[in-house]
Design a protein around this ligand. Sequence first.
Ligand SMILES: [Mg+2]
Length: 158
Amino acid sequence: MNILNPALVVKSLSEINLKKYWETGKRGIILDLDNTITPWNEMELSQEAHVFLKEALDLKYKIFLLSNAKRNRTEAIAQKYAISYLAPALKPRKASFLKALELMNLKNEQVLVIGDQIFTDILGGNRVGCYTILVPPISQREFFVTKFFRLLETLFRH
Ligand SMILES: [Mg+2]
């Protein structure tokens, strides 16, 4: 396996079938912050990320925010959802992923790593043997959604 290849590539968080992964023994998610669940350097989760996180928590997944961003913002978001975090994580360093696994008390094969960057999230997750999922950065996803609604508008105007 190429260490830079995600196990799965999706177009949005909503494509990730959390129930299916739970049935196959997954119990935890290591989640990136910037451009994965929040727009870069912002405090609020995207609506899609909020829904995703709620579903994951309802299913009893352990969620771990692992971010290369500054501690303050990561901490504030983690506290809002009562989840664990580590920042700055210096991804793709193995140590931060191993620390997350240890704090979640889960084995690598039980954990999904989800992020928007190959050289931090995917590389780091693969190095410790987790199941890695690449999502497009939020800016790009929002652009896609904007384009979609623009198209709808045009259709309904005529
Ligand atoms: Mg990111």
